[in-house]
Design a protein around this ligand. Structure first.
Ligand code: NAD
Ligand code: GLY
Length: 364
């Protein structure tokens, strides 16, 4: 297989810095992995959907190592402590030592669970991310947030643990179904709205290419998203400030995911709706014009993403679910709100009546 050219970015975190490689066919490139694997033992963590598609390719690229695999059930409902424990069973049964490496092969669910297992196994071993969904390539594989869900709240149990590298093979996106691709594009749009207005304009102009999976358009969108995310993570790895911006749409989105039952709404769908709700609130506060709000909603609609929450949740249930959010400080809800397209802020300085009116609007 001829080697493909990879785009390379760096997440600048001092001694924990690592590269992100982006390009088609990278899963075959043995030397990319080898550079970042310290020992001889590798546990590939994947799931029952991704394993038949890509596990063999990865095993071949890792020829010469002791490679084992653990195959998790597929789905957000399995992102639990119980399923996660199965990774340790596999590691211990194979007598994996502290020099071992975990390799996450799959979407964000696999990546978050494998990363959290790597953070905990023998108090921390190395791990690599090989994300295979658009959402995982542009977001979850980068930045070191790992964890599992609790029945009372999304991603409530976890750790910060940075990977040794991220290998984003854009060719793997060809096997993704259209609903999953759309969910990933929702997270891509998020970066434009946080602090990259030029990228938002680019997305308006190039959305059709992304939806048709044009490799050049996908490669560009993954690279730009990762660049935007890496900049924020480098400035605030542990989310004591600026990193909270990456949660645009997430307070509403997590409430939808938890409230509807994990897996009912895709994470990217819930975030896309959450972004539309944040834009609606922003317009009510006079921070976004009606025309700007419409540009956000129209772009999400073009992708085929939902733009309004399920009516059955209602204001009181929303507020109850939002109170579990990790950004809540001294009992006060803080939200990420766009203040103009491409300029978002984290704020609790908003009139709660505007939030209540917005939530009531969707109940009708
Ligand atoms: P996912 O991991 O459930 O993957 C979506 C579906 O696509 C699954 O059925 C999966 O098996 C399948 N799949 C994966 N790759 C495929 C491929 N190449 N071809 C065909 N099918 C494929 O969902 P996701 O959207 O990738 O990730 C969502 C998860 O990521 C959520 O749990 C969310 O909380 C988490 N997340 C974490 C972070 C972070 O910073 N750690 C950021 C964003 C999201
Ligand atoms: N997805 C939010 C973060 O990585 O901070």
């Amino acid at each position: 297989m001829p080697e493909q050219t990879a785009r390379k970015l760096e997440v600048e975190l001092g001694e924990r810095s690592y590269p992100i490689y982006i390009g088609p066919g990278l899963r075959h490139q043995a030397k990319l992995y080898r550079r970042h694997i310290p020992g001889r033992q590798i546990m590939v963590v994947t799931n029952e959907t991704v394993a038949p598609l890509y596990l063999q390719d990865v095993m071949e690229a890792l020829d010469g190592f002791q490679v084992e695999s653990v195959i998790l059930p597929d789905g957000e409902i399995f992102k639990t402590l119980e399923v996660w424990q199965g990774i340790f069973d596999a590691l211990l049964q194979q007598r994996f030592n502290r020099q071992c490496t975990l390799l996450a092969l799959g979407g964000g669910v696999v990546g978050d669970m494998a990363g959290f297992a790597a953070a905990c196994y023998q108090r921390g071993v190395s791990f690599l991310q090989l994300p295979t969904t658009l959402l995982a390539q542009v977001d979850s594989s980068v930045g070191g947030k790992t964890g599992v869900n609790h029945p009372l709240g999304k991603n409530m149990i976890g750790a910060f643990h940075q990977p040794r590298c991220v290998i984003a093979d854009t060719e793997t996106l060809n096997t993704l179904d259209q609903r999953q691709l759309a969910a990933g594009i929702g997270e891509v749009i998020k970066y434009g709205l946080i602090d990259d207005p030029e990228f938002f304009d680019w997305l308006e102009q190039n959305l059709d290419g992304l939806l048709k999976r044009d490799l050049a358009a996908l490669g560009y969108a993954v690279e730009r998203s990762c660049r935007d995310k890496a900049r924020v993570v480098a400035a605030d790895e542990r989310e004591s400030g600026r990193r909270a911006l990456l949660n645009l749409g997430h307070t509403f989105g997590h409430a939808i995911e938890t409230g509807m039952g994990y897996g009912e709404w895709l994470h990217g769908e819930a975030v896309a709706t959450g972004i539309c709700m944040a834009a609606d609130l922003s317009r009510r506060l006079g921070w976004l014009s009606a025309g700007e709000q419409e540009r956000v909603t129209a772009l999400m609609r073009r992708v085929g993403l939902p733009v309004a929450p399920p009516a059955e949740l209602g204001r009181e249930r929303f507020l109850e679910l939002m109170a579990v959010d990790k950004k809540v400080l001294e009992g006060k809800i803080r939200l990420v709100i766009p203040k103009g397209l491409g300029r978002s802020v984290v704020s609790d300085a908003f009139d709660p009546r505007a939030l209540h009116d917005m939530l009531d609007e969707y109940q009708r």
